[in-house]
Structures are given as structure tokens and as C-alpha cells.
Design a protein around this ligand. Structure first.
Ligand code: DQA
Length: 144
């Protein structure tokens, strides 16, 4: 029986993982990885959402954030400047884990700034697509 609800929310350009800059983000499509994660966790009812639009991401955080056990959020480049997403994360009840595929702290200086991290329960970055698995494990261990 699926007893745990976890929402995975992805921001701009993450629909192109597998195609975009494979030296940084790998060559596996993110959707394929997330579907495998779904199979690995039969106890979790996942929702997957991706948008290139800030407001749609905020709408999704608000939609799921009062009813799920936790949110895995890769806000993409919006991580570095969206105070509106930071406020949305602060506004909901579900704990949010900030996730990045790449090691944002080892890249350009603007990527070292996260305006959402203080609103999040944890940050996981730099483990490739496994960052998502680790965030789900973190929520299962800490948020239930
Ligand atoms: C990213 C890192 C961001 O700096 C970048 O804009 C992305 C992806 C990551 O998963 O490594 O789009 O969030």
C-alpha cells in the first residue's frame, strides 16, 4: 500500500536533462530516472512536475505542499534568484529538500548562491541523478 506522498518538482530546463550539457548533467533522461525511482519505492505515491515557468512552480508547491509528506525541489537556475519560490517553500507545511544534479558549489560563482536554501529542510547537490534518490531517502528518514 502506498502510504507516503512525495512530490518531485523540477524547474527550468530540467526537461532537457539527458540532452543538455551531458558532461554536466549526464545522458540519462530525468523522467527515466524518476520512473525507476518510482519502481524502487512502491511504498511512496510520487507526483512528478516540471515547468519552465516560475509561477507554475509556485502553484505546484502550493498545490501539494499542504497534503504531501515532503517535496524534492530542483528549481534549476531559479534557485539562485527566485525569492518568490523561497517564500512559497516557507508558506507550505511539507518539508522541502533542495536538490541539484551538479555540484553547484564547484561551478560559476552565481550558482553558489541559493536564495531558497534557508527555507529548505536539507540541501543535496552534486551526486548526479542520485541526488534525487538521496533526497527521497532523506524525506523517508526524517519527514515521516
Ligand atoms: C541545477 C543547477 C543550476 O545552477 C542550473 O541552472 C540547473 C540545474 C542542477 O540540478 O545541477 O538548471 O539545478
Amino acid at each position: 500500500m502506498k502510504t507516503i506522498k512525495i512530490a518531485i518538482i523540477n524547474g527550468p530546463n530540467l526537461n532537457l536533462v539527458g540532452v543538455r550539457e551531458p558532461d554536466i548533467y549526464g545522458s540519462m533522461p530525468l523522467n527515466d530516472h524518476l520512473e525507476a525511482l518510482r519502481v524502487q519505492h512502491p511504498e511512496v505515491a510520487f507526483t512528478f512536475f516540471q515547468s519552465n515557468h516560475e509561477g507554475d512552480i509556485i502553484d505546484e508547491i502550493q498545490r501539494v505542499g499542504f497534503s504531501c509528506a515532503g517535496i524534492v525541489l530542483n528549481a534549476g537556475a531559479l534557485t539562485h534568484y527566485s525569492y518568490a519560490i523561497a517564500d512559497a517553500v516557507r508558506s507550505v507545511h511539507a518539508p522541502v529538500v533542495e536538490v541539484h544534479i551538479s555540484d553547484v558549489n564547484a561551478r560559476e560563482p552565481f550558482r553558489r548562491i541559493s536564495v531558497i536554501k534557508d527555507a529548505c529542510a536539507a540541501v543535496i547537490a552534486g551526486f548526479g541523478l542520485k541526488s534525487y534518490d538521496m533526497a527521497v531517502d532523506w524525506l523517508i528518514d526524517n519527514a515521516l
